[in-house]
Design a protein around this ligand. Sequence first.
Ligand SMILES: [Zn+2]
Length: 255
Amino acid sequence: MSFHFQKLPKFKNLRGKTKHNGWYKVYSPSVKTDIAIHHSLTKTGNSAAFANYHVGTLGWPEVAYHFVILKDGTIEWNHDLGVLSYHVGDSNKFSVGICLVGDFRTEEPTDEQKLSLYLLHEALKKDLPNYKCTRGHNEFPGYAWKQCPVFNYKAVIAKKPVAQASKPAPKPKEDDDMLEKAIVINAFPDFAIAEVLAARIKAPIYTRSALPAGKVAKELYVVGGTKDGLQADKIVALTGKDRFEVAENVAKFLK
Ligand SMILES: [Zn+2]
């Protein structure tokens, strides 16, 4: 059997191809009545990176989301529709999870992501025999506190986004455009530690390997790893000899 969403442009089947340790329970697609929209809270990433974190660090069987939409609009498919994966707590059993890569507290989804979300959502409405509604993560019971997905997903799924006319040329980077604060983590497992700091100082999290060249922010908070090679007016190093010491230093800083 093939689904409507499998025929979408930029569709990529990753089922069983990312890190796992056992498997989630599988039900029929007919148990799914809801679609849950998430953002990754990271500037970069993909299903493989999230799988490493969810399986390797959090100890879950597989990656959380049924679908991940990358910045370039690629739709990564991770689970059969009926799979009970972990993304909305008590609502997991009846919800299909879609995660857009990005931290939408400080940025917008790309036009490519918006178009892919619209198309995927339209397809899923046909592919889920008992579909009832779509909600943001924070609209599920118990998650009102969660800043997810932040962007106006209702506007995106309501109407097919039109291609943008030519964009204005990017302005040269000046201090005024620069982020006030940003957080640099050494590797994805430091993300959980950095997330608390990010919420407090309202700054985006970059993994070191994905940090754009040059000066990104006026103040940089380094969580894990070295501050060598980083540029900023002020660098706050919250590092340590291992992950526990890093966590301790971040906790001290937050006091
Ligand atoms: Zn979420």
